[in-house]
Design a protein around this ligand. Structure first.
Ligand SMILES: Nc1ncnc2c1ncn2[C@@H]1O[C@H](COP(=O)(O)OP(=O)(O)O)[C@@H](O)[C@H]1O
Ligand SMILES: [Mg+2]
Length: 228
């Protein structure tokens, strides 16, 4: 369960996220929809503690995290797949996954390879040699090694072939079911958001301006925010 209340974030004097509030329940998948520059990445970085905030509250399973360092938030159950994935191209697939573990003695959770069999096949390959879709799976696998209860994914379909996008939606729903995760995914691709999410929030200029459940009519209603 993720609860965000009154979150405001600024770069210097320029506030770009204004008084943002939303909650995502346990086992729920929510898509944060918005065009480029609307504040999706800024919001996620602030939730992780990578960016400082002006004000607001971030709670995971009831625990207040807004004053905690990023690694403490991870320990409290938050995990993050950044925009552009940010895997280590020169490390092997296995080494990339292990960067998520607290110590080298910790084991990689077994369901990671059940969810992403291709990563087991390619475990000795360099991350940089994987396709975009495989790198995205790797970034998700790495995020799952800390056994999070809330998973944030920033534009996971960016740079991924349309044929793979469906698989990504399926695997995220599988992870939600297997682990009872709370998932927030930022997106510009409406078809993916409708396939994966229970609920869609629309962000414009750092504010949530609309909210719809993923059912008939949602596509028309949300698409007008996304078209330029
Ligand atoms: N490091 C930064 N310094 C100053 N302004 C930034 C920085 N990063 C993003 N911004 C601005 O903040 C706003 C929101 O950006 P961002 O969160 O990256 O949007 P999105 O992820 O939705 O594309 C934009 O106006 C962008 O120009
Ligand atoms: Mg972004």
């Amino acid at each position: 369960m993720l609860e965000v209340n009154g979150l405001s974030v600024a770069y210097g004097q320029s506030e770009v996220v204004h008084d943002l509030s939303f909650a995502v329940g346990t086992g729920e998948i929510v898509a944060l929809m918005g065009r480029n520059g609307m504040g999706k990445t800024t919001t996620f970085k602030a939730l992780m503690g990578i960016l400082g905030i002006r004000s607001g509250s971030v709670r995971v399973n009831g625990q207040e995290l807004s004053a905690s360092a990023p690694h403490q938030r991870v320990r409290s159950g938050l995990a993050y797949v950044p925009q552009g994935r940010m895997i280590f191209p020169n490390l092997t697939v296995r080494e990339n996954i292990m960067t998520g573990l607290q110590t080298r003695a910790c084991a990689i959770p077994q369901d990671v390879f059940t969810l992403f069999p291709v990563l087991l096949e390619m475990s000795q390959r360099r991350g940089g040699n994987l396709s975009g879709g495989q790198q995205q799976q790797l970034a998700i696998a790495r995020a799952l090694t800390t056994n999070p209860s809330v998973l944030l994914l920033d534009e996971p379909t960016e740079g991924i072939q349309p044929s793979i996008i469906k698989d990504l939606a399926r695997v995220l729903k599988e992870i939600r079911t297997l682990r009872g995760l709370t998932i927030v995914v930022s997106e510009q691709v409406l078809s993916f958001a409708l396939a994966v999410a229970d609920r869609l929030l629309v962000i414009e200029r750092g504010q949530i301006v609309d909210e719809v459940t993923a059912m008939s009519g949602a596509a028309e209603r949300v698409s007008r925010y996304l078209s330029v």
